[in-house]
Design a binder for this molecule. Sequence first.
Ligand code: ADP
Ligand code: GLC
Length: 514
Amino acid sequence: MKVLYVCAELYPFLKTGGLADVSAGLAPALKDLGCEVRLLLPAFPAITNVAHTLRPVAPLPKGASPWGPSPALPPADVVLATLPDLDMAVYLVRAPALYARPGNPYLGPDGKDWSDNAQRFCALGWTAATLGQGLDPDWVPDVIHGHDWHVGLAPAYVRAFAEAGCDTPATVFTIHNLAYQGLFPSPLFPTLGLPANFFSITGLEYFGQVSFMKAALQYADRITTVSPGYAREILTATHGFGLDGLLRERAPALSGILNGVDYQVWSPATDPLLPRTYDVNTLSDKAAAKHTLQTRFGLEPRADALVFGVVSRLTEQKGLHLLPQVMAELVRHGGQLAVLGQGDAVLEQAFADAAIHYPQQVGVCIGYDETSAHTVLAGADVILVPSAFEPCGLTQLYGLRYGTLPLVRRVGGLADTVVDCALENLDAQTATGFVFEELSAKGLLSALQRAFALARRPHEWRAVQQHGMSLRFDWQTAARHYLALYRSLRPHANSFTGPHSGSSGDAHQPDFSV
Ligand code: ADP
Ligand code: GLC
């Protein structure tokens, strides 16, 4: 089974959030199952700076497609490359006019979307589809698997080729976040080189605009999202971001497959970024990480302080606007707060103000830093993820692994992965963290109070930590579900079942697919 995995981010080379972690975890796990996986990425400087070109593939086709003109794009070509420590080949679309810009892949230095994002990601989708048509005659994918709106046009082009009578690969599209849709003004449509009838309500037209996300939802053979809970939620008006009607229509093609964790990167027993490693049997050594965290974030180094951590994009999605409202209570109970994040200027300011208002009890680091992320996830007692919506969420899974109890809102992937410390769950030894319902300061406060209450029962706290640390959310499980999906679409494509296929092999391993 040849799978072309198309995305805009790849850890550790280029990352703005969980999307990069998923590419780094899922693609190799698919390979371990016997899929022949190749990645396709834009040639952003963060990638080209470290890539080693194996061979040129071809210039990106211009001129006529079977149905009319192809996309209006600046000169571009495709090369096959390798990346350090990545055991699979990578196609890179090289279009310097579109991609040769350092920094964030989507935003300019002013924090606004690049004005030519439509062309930039049209080129990515077009490249994927033309690879599906044999742009590289040595390797033609059976399945094109695209991720998020950046790749939304790929299924549309593939459909256009199919309608023109060409043989085409199957398409799978994964929604990581429905809030970002890739919406562009309609005059852009003719430049995309799609059949004219695709700009319609049954195509990628969305209230007079072009929607890359809608293109994918309309034309992909299968749609997945990154947790079963989010797969259900996006069928509702509350979480559907205006696309719930279409998603309900496409419900038979939609499923939720829970993300995994790359335990080579996120394991306290081997983490080189920790002052002292620890595991489920040496949990007292976690104290060293806490001390480091307190020192780095300017917190009073009190071993008995209950430290709450945040590692997050600071956006409305993450529900962190609630935090300043409960800060006084948190500190009054003897708690401390360490925030690592960047994003919304108002939120950044609110946290910076809190650090001044509560010296040594609230520490804030505005920015993006991998090492500090590990410091917070290991050193905190509780990791806060009070999201308004959360397609999956990875930091709560990292928290579980590090014995750092997640405190989350009951939504999306958070609801699927964290079990509240209610008495009955403590009794049944299924509790792993703190879960609240209502997106309000009151809701958050109720969970904070449960955290303080459990902290006064250290034996129970330890038991909850140990249970969370024993759970596995590995990529092999997720990859098996994706492979089953590919096989349902291309039953005759070759792939061996791989050493792990067929059984979960781990009593703790839940089956999260719907
Ligand atoms: P999202 O993709 O919505 O941002 P996830 O929980 O899926 O949320 O993934 C977030 C990823 O980004 C995690 O790997 C987390 O550690 C990382 N991250 C978020 N903010 C920062 C930051 N300021 N510095 C370092 N890593 C961060
Ligand atoms: C998105 C979502 C997040 C998810 C990540 C990886 O950024 O916001 O919930 O974990 O993608 O799938």
